[in-house]
Each structure stands twice: as C-alpha cells, then as structure tokens.
Design a binder for this molecule. Structure first.
Ligand SMILES: Nc1nc2c(ncn2[C@@H]2O[C@H](COP(=O)(O)OP(=O)(O)OP(=O)(O)O)[C@@H](O)[C@H]2O)c(=O)[nH]1
Ligand SMILES: [Mg+2]
Length: 654
C-alpha cells in the first residue's frame, strides 16, 4: 500500500484524464459547430496528447550512499518483493537514472555508453537517437531477470588514467578522486553515462517520473544534470544520513543545487534505524532523533518541520514483509503523505495554469460566440414578427438599410484584413527570429568569443555574449508583441464603435520566467568559474562540457520562448477573427431573411418556423458548450462570466 501517495497520484491521473476529455470535447464542438482553422484543431489535439504525456518529475539528490536508491525502492518498488534497483554500501548508482513509463514502447532499460563523453553532444540531444544507447528489454514478470538488468546501473570499468582523463573523469591534481584508483596506472570509471528505464508501474503510468542521481563528484562531471535536469525537476528530495550528519559535501550539494531550487525541495534525514537501540526507551530514541532533526535544520538553515526523519531500509523491509509496525517506525508514511499533499498538488497547479493560459481564452471566446448565436437567432425571430403586416415597400427599405449595414461591415472587415496581413507578417518575422537557426547563430557567435580558449575567462566571455544576445531576442519579442497588440486593438476599435462588437482584452506576452532562467544560467556560470578547481588549465575539458550543458539549457529556453510567443500570437488573433467572422455570418443570415420576405411577403410564417428550429438546434450547441465550460471551470478554476445578455448582439431592426 502506498497510502496518501497512491491515492494522490490516482487523483492527479483522474484530473489529467478529465482535462484531456474536456479539451477533446472542445475540439469536437469546434469541428461540429464552428469553422475553425485547421491549425487550431491541431493545436488542441497536441495539447490533449501532451497532457497525456505530462509527467511529474521528482529528483533524488544527495551525496553517495545516503540511501537515495533504497528510498526509491521503498517508495515505488516494494511490490517487487525484493530490492529492485541496486543499493549498497559505498558508491553504487553509477549514472543518473530516469525512471518513467512510456506506453508506446515495451519496457526497457536504455544505457548510454560513457564513451559518448568524448563527443560534444548533450544527453538531451542523444536521447533523440536510440541507436546511441544500449537497450535491454525488460522481462517484468521475471524478478531475477529484472534484478540482473538493473545491476547495469552499478556497472563500472577499469581504464588507463589517460583514457579517463580524456573522458574528463580523471584529474591527477584532484585530491577528491582517490577512490577511483585501482593501481598506479588505472582507475575505475562508470560504464554508463546515463540510464533511462521504462517500467509499467501504476504510479509511473499515472505520470510520475523519478530521477536517481549519483553523488557530488559524479554530478559535477555531468553539468547537464545540475544546469538542466535538476532545476527543471518539479520536486527535489535531498537525503542525509544519520550516521554521517551534514558533511562538507552534503552541504555543498544542498547549497549549490537544492536550496535554490525554485519548486519544492525537502530534506530527508535517512537511516534513523541506526539510532534505534534496544537499551533505550522509544521516548529516548525519539528525543535523539528530534535533536538530530533540529541540528540538521540549523545547519541547512530551514525549519525543523521541513526535515523528515525516516529509515528507507526498514521501510522497504517492512513493506516486503508486510510488517505494519516496522513500516510505521520507519517514518516513510509521513514522507508519502507529504508527497501526496504538496508535490502532487503543485504539479497539478502547473498543469492547470497551462490549460488556463492556452485553452481558457479560446474557450471563453467560443462560449460567448455560441451565446451570441442564440441571441442573434432570437433577434431574427423578433425581426420577422415585426415584419408581419408591413408592406413590401417598408420591407424593401429595411432591406436597403440592412444591405448598407452589411456593406459597411464588409468594408471594416476588408480594412481589418490588411491589418491581419501586417500582423501575420510581423508574427512571422518574430517567430523567424526565435527559430533554431537563429539560436545556432547566437551559439556560433558566443563560441567565436570564446575563441577556442576553454578557460573560465573564455567561458564567462562566451556566456555573457550568449545571454546578452538571447536577452535581446526576448526584448524584441516583447516589443513586437506590444506593437501587434496595439495594431489589433486600434483595428478592432472600429468594429466596436461602428458595429457594436465586444472583445475580451488579451494579456500581454510575459517572458519574465525565461528571463529569470537566463539569469540563473549566468549565476551558475559565475559560480563554476569562481571554483578554484575549475580555474586550472587542466579543466579545459570540463569547461567545455559545462558550456555544452549551458547551451543545451539555453536552447531549451529559446524553444520555450518561441512556443510561448506562438501561443500568444494565436490567442491574440484567433478570438478576434472568430468574432468578426461570426458577426458577418449573422448579418448575412438576417439579410437572407429580409430578402426572402421581400420577395414573398407570405413567407414570414415559414421563415419564422425555420428560425425557430434553428434556435432549438443552437440551444443544443450552447448546452454542450456550457457543459464543456463548466467542466473546464471545475478543473481549472477559470470563472466564466454569466451570459444571460450576451454582448455584441445585433441592434433590432427599425
Ligand atoms: N541502516 C540503514 N541503511 C540504509 C538505509 N537506507 C539505505 N541504507 C544503506 O545504505 C547504503 C547506501 O544506500 P543506497 O541506496 O545505495 O545509497 P545512494 O544514495 O543511492 O548511494 P549512491 O547510489 O552511491 O549515490 C546501502 O547499503 C543501503 O542498504 C537506512 O535507512 N538504514
Ligand atoms: Mg544509488
């Protein structure tokens, strides 16, 4: 049983599934009852697909041997009835390991050979090339085969120092690497650089993903981990062990990577069973644990309530043996409740916010359009009733007036088409400045600034340039979007003033999150460069690796900004176009009625019948839309305004 955690993740999955359903229902509504642009449908389809793949990444970060892997086993893999992932004294997990579920492929463990470090490719880039990885199919129903496969995570190899040096894993001057030495010429290095495990576990199937990491030194040699994977994780669990307390290297990890993590981060004091002592009363043991919690909290400068004391090992044993007492004593349930109460809701919040941003404005617009339709049809009926008893000349005058209104509207629309073209052109130019080629150019320039001088000074120079150039593109995007918004507003003004159309004001493009991430990259660079170990010339390899990691993250940011800008452009333009088109078709409909009645005064009854039936059909559309909006509102908290009297209704015929 996984207590709060299991039900928490199930709730998360249910909400996610409901969101997928509501986005799909909205897409289908548009297909049936509107005339959407194909891109809009595609985008909604993508959104639903991405939601299904949406994961909650929890990273386990700590110095070696603090019990990260044991805790992962206890939290997620106890149903396996044995230790699934290798956990042992000393350095065990040799490479960062991502564990998740991907329904599109058979379960596997994929391992990236350590030799790929010779190349300049980032792990992110290599993830797109399965051929670079050694893949083992997982026999999930065969526990011993599973355990054998997982042993790969702890695999090492012994190589000559010269090779290890060329891989950036060995430095004769680094006193911290003594543990690697096998004999005077050779050292032990990890066999794999990174591992990815696709495993069909219910929690992983629900969208949870785990990142297990090796200790300080191993993380330091793979900067992509510290610059990208760890900052991008939704939550971090930082482990300490009771027997070692907060050591210098624990402290370094905490300070460098965990305490500043923007999302959730938690300290876990593991191995409390080491304090269990048959000669002490439970109260005495409890006091000792409490004292350790307090001193840990002081050292890390956090509140004692943020430190959780557990025994991962006893939790695993307790779960495997079904020993409820041991499980309770292990303290793991508190951690599970915390994961369920805090981490999952915060992930849900991110999911909700992206839905509010991406679907909210479109849905608001479509809903109002649907309501407008019913209002317009009712008006149509009133118009027709008002025509009864009128002579042909009066109907003709009305028709003339209506025709004039429509011509006026068409003229406004034509003017708007010009604006739309300008906007499309500007949007296109803007997106072109945010594409991959542009980023390649920026990287090229920054490499030129480094001028093959892979020293910390060269790195700072190159990064300054990279960040300045990227920042300039972000500024340009912000400015251009401001201009586009103004242009559209003034073009729309006429629709509002002359034709009575209303519109919700779209928000401004907000890139502040990405700017903050850029600043963080610069801070990481400065920190890396101020580390005396990295100032030495021998660290040339590491400087380059560090730069590659920075660039990988910068590229991800650049792509995110492009997607954000693209979304913004669409959300700003689409609702306007939708409303303008809808109004046009309503005007046409009214004119058609007048034309028919003008041609045959006796047809008023018949037309009224047609319009009444239309109203019934539109009401059904509106009801469907209301159900979609209601569900969306329940799931995201977006409040749609009441629509008894929809805006933008046509003025009654005089
Ligand atoms: N007594 C005790 N031992 C534990 C506990 N948790 C883990 N261990 C042991 O500590 C050792 C290290 O645990 P791992 O899970 O391999 O630690 P890790 O943090 O993953 O270490 P690396 O993979 O080397 O980074 C193993 O022998 C575990 O069995 C615990 O709660 N109590
Ligand atoms: Mg481990």
């Amino acid at each position: 049983m996984n207590y709060g955690l299991e039900s928490g993740i199930t709730r998360f999955k249910n909400r996610r599934d409901r969101l997928v359903k509501v986005v799909t229902a909205y897409k289908e509504w548009l297909e049936h009852y509107a005339d959407p642009e194909p891109e809009q449908l595609l985008r909604l389809f993508d959104l639903a697909e991405n939601l299904k793949r949406d994961r909650l990444m929890v990273a386990f970060v700590a110095e070696f041997s603090r019990g990260k892997t044991e805790l992962i086993n206890a939290l997620f893999f106890s149903d396996f009835k044995q230790r699934l992932l290798p956990s042992d004294a000393g350095r065990t997990t040799m490479c960062p390991t991502e564990i998740y579920y991907d329904a599109d492929t058979e379960p596997y463990i994929r391992l990236l050979p350590i030799e790929t470090r010779f190349r300049d490719d980032s792990i992110t880039a290599l993830k797109r090339h399965p051929v670079e990885w050694s893949t083992i199919k997982l026999e999930v129903s065969d526990p011993s085969a599973m355990v054998t496969a997982m042993r790969k995570l702890a695999e090492t190899k012994v190589v000559f120092k010269v090779e290890a040096r060329a891989l950036g894993l060995w430095d004769d001057n680094d006193p911290n690497l003594g543990y690697m030495v096998k004999d005077p010429d050779r050292v032990e290095i990890p066999a794999w650089r990174y591992a990815m495990i696709n495993y069909p576990h219910p929690l992983l199937e629900s969208g949870l993903a785990i990142l297990d990491t090796p200790g300080l030194n191993a993380m330091g040699v793979e900067p992509e981990l510290t610059i990208s994977s760890i900052p991008n994780a939704h939550a971090l669990l930082f482990l300490l062990a009771t027997d070692t307390g907060v050591t210098q290297s624990d402290f370094e990890i905490w300070n460098k990577w965990v305490s500043r993590h923007a999302g959730q981060h938690y300290a876990v004091l593991n191995k409390i069973d080491m304090l269990w002592d048959d000669l002490k009363t439970p109260e005495e043991i409890g006091r000792t644990i409490q004292r350790q919690i307090e001193s840990t909290a002081i050292q890390l400068n956090i509140s004692p309530s943020s430190v959780m004391a557990i025994s991962a090992q006893k939790a695993l044993v307790g779960k495997i043996r079904g020993d409820a007492d041991l499980l309770k004593r292990s303290g793991i349930q508190g951690l599970e409740v915390m994961l369920a109460r805090e981490i999952i809701p915060s992930r849900e919040k991110i999911m909700r916010e992206s839905m509010v941003r991406e679907v909210g404005p479109l849905l608001t617009e479509t809903r109002e359009t649907a309501h407008n339709r019913i209002q317009a049809a009712r008006q149509n009926l009133l118009d027709l009733q008002a025509l009864s008893g009128k002579n042909q000349q009066i109907v003709g005058q009305m028709r003339e007036k209506m025709l004039y209104d429509k011509q006026l509207y068409d003229e406004t629309t034509r003017n708007f088409t010009v604006t739309r073209k300008v906007v499309a052109q500007q949007g296109w130019e803007l997106l072109a400045r945010l594409d991959d080629d542009r980023m390649d150019k920026i990287i090229e320039e920054s490499m030129m600034a480094i001028n093959d001088s892979w020293t910390t000074a060269g790195l700072i120079k190159g990064m300054h340039l990279l960040i300045r150039r990227m920042g300039a593109e972000f500024d340009f995007a912000h400015q251009q979007c401001g201009g586009i918004k103004q242009l559209l507003n003034s073009a729309y003004q006429r629709f509002h003033e002359v034709h009575g159309l209303e519109l919700n004001d779209p928000p401004m493009l907000d890139l502040s999150r990405y700017r903050a991430r850029l600043d963080e990259l610069m801070v990481s660079t400065q920190e890396f460069c101020s580390d005396p170990l990295n100032i030495m010339l021998e660290k040339r390899f590491m400087v380059k690796k560090f730069y590659i990691a920075l660039v990988t993250q910068a590229r991800i940011l650049f792509q995110q900004v492009r997607i954000e800008t693209e979304t913004w452009l669409r959300l700003t333009l689409d609702p306007i176009v939708e409303r303008i088109t809808e109004h046009k078709s309503q005007l046409e409909h009214r004119l058609e009625n007048l034309n028919k009645v003008h041609a045959n005064l006796g047809s008023i009854q018949e037309r009224s019948g047609v319009v009444s039936r239309e109203i019934v059909a539109i009401r059904a559309q509106v009801e469907k839309m209301e159900a979609i909006a209601k569900e969306f509102s329940l799931l995201t908290g977006v409040a749609f305004r009441p629509l008894e009297t929809p805006p933008g209704q046509p003025a009654p015929l005089k």
